[in-house]
Design a protein around this ligand. Structure first.
Ligand code: SF4
Ligand code: SF4
Length: 395
């Protein structure tokens, strides 16, 4: 037996098969099939590693259909490191099945920083000259198998070239690194800009090392360990050079991967919740979506509520505790459209049961997926990162 199989068996054997995790699992609650539950997936990997089961398309499909939302991990009394088991299994299976073209494209773009500028220019051209409407009308994205990816493209945002350093604009409290993330830089410059404004306002010198790169989450969850490790090393080097109090993330999906290899990683809302600053009133209904990565991995979702409640006159409420993963889950919605849509529809039903002006989300992947769902329903709800609202309301 290989060492990799022994390690997989050791993790799988720590599961006592109690089933406490199963009602928390979105795929199990919707499909009601043990193979689509955390306990079932652990048993499948256990049987494969133990030599009782061969690799089949069926087996790979059951593992692939896991969202890696980690709701099971959070509820597990035996503290089974479920995500590690799945990532390690996927690494063993890397290359067995090729990913859809949309997933390969996203992964390539995410990992190729020099290409980001060209992608942004291309998107601006695509949207500003109405090419998007024409392409959708002619079903061009569908012809190339890119319709699930194309629906996520947000409206074009003007952006500027980022500096590597922004000095504090009030009494200096320290230095912080800002992890921008590949998707944030390409699709959500408003959040990047808002983070710099708020952090400098509360007294932090903000460093954005130019050599920072993709966090590696996409590669890791695709089983491409070599790429994930190379990206991790690059980020470790990029942020090691400064004397930083914290490495701040504005996408909880990136944060949950970074925290495994970089010390001092903290989600921006949790970081800001420890600081004091005054905000102008905002008479609006704000609903808070807690991404799985913030809730189940970083476990700092409550800080978003704490922070937003500081906005005078704002009516803040979170989505019901029973709300499951939105279905975005990294590249999941590009592979498993049906489940991703089912989960998104449930989340939107919950979100829209009350009048909502803003739906805030701390993860860019979730925000793009949710915003696409709202656009398709014709709902006039703005999806923003919490720090965008804070930056707008700063006194
Ligand atoms: S993963 Fe944890 S909660 Fe789920 S069956 Fe195993 S031991 Fe029980
Ligand atoms: S990570 Fe999420 S989808 Fe996967 S088994 Fe656990 S609860 Fe289910």
């Amino acid at each position: 037996m290989t060492n990799a199989k022994k390690e997989l068996l050791a993790i799988a054997d720590s599961c006592v098969k109690c089933g406490i995790c199963t009602p928390h699992c979105p795929t199990y609650t919707h499909i009601q099939n043990e193979n689509e539950s955390p306990r079932g997936r652990i048993a499948l990997i256990q049987a494969w590693a133990g030599g009782q089961l061969n690799v089949t398309d069926n087996l790979l499909e059951h593992i692939d259909s896991c969202l890696l939302c980690r709701a099971c991990e959070k509820s597990c009394p035996a503290v089974v490191p479920y995500a590690k088991l799945i990532d390690d299994f996927r690494a063993e299976m890397h290359g067995e099945k090729s990913a859809p073209i949309s997933v390969r494209l996203v992964k390539t773009f995410a990992e190729n920083k020099p290409a980001h500028r060209w992608i942004k220019l291309g998107l601006a051209f695509y949207q500003q000259y109405n090419l998007q409407k024409i392409a959708r009308f002619l079903r061009v994205p569908t012809l190339f198998g890119l319709e699930k990816l194309e629906r996520l493209v947000p409206n074009y945002q003007e952006s500027q070239t980022l500096q590597s350093y922004y000095p504090a604009t009030s009494e200096v409290k320290g230095d912080a690194g800002l992890f921008v993330g590949c998707m944030g830089e390409m699709f959500d410059f408003e959040t990047v800009n808002a983070a710099i404004i708020v952090l400098t306002h509360v007294g932090f010198n903000v460093h954005l090392p130019e050599t920072q790169t993709c966090c590696g989450a996409l590669a890791l969850h695709e089983g491409d360990t070599e790429t994930a490790q190379n990206l991790a090393k690059q980020n470790q080097t990029a942020f090691a050079s400064e004397n930083l109090q914290a490495i701040i993330t504005i996408a909880s999906g990136c944060g949950s991967t970074l925290k495994d290899y970089a010390p001092k990683v903290v989600d921006i809302s949790h970081f800001l919740a420890q600081t004091n600053f005054d905000l102008k009133p905002l008479a609006a209904n704000i609903r808070v979506h807690s991404p799985c990565s913030l809730k189940n991995v970083l476990k700092t979702d409550k800080s978003v509520l704490t922070l937003l409640k500081r906005i005078p006159e704002a009516n803040i409420s979170s989505l019901p505790d029973t709300t499951q993963c939105c279905g975005a889950a990294g590249s999941y919605s590009l592979r498993h459209d049906k489940m991703a849509q089912t989960l998104l529809n449930e989340l939107l039903e919950n979100a829209l049961e009350k009048p909502t002006d803003y739906l805030v989300s701390s993860n860019i992947g979730c925000a793009l997926h949710i915003a696409a769902g709202l656009r398709e329903r014709g709902e006039n709800v703005t999806v923003v990162h919490p720090v965008v609202l804070l930056a707008r309301q700063l006194r």
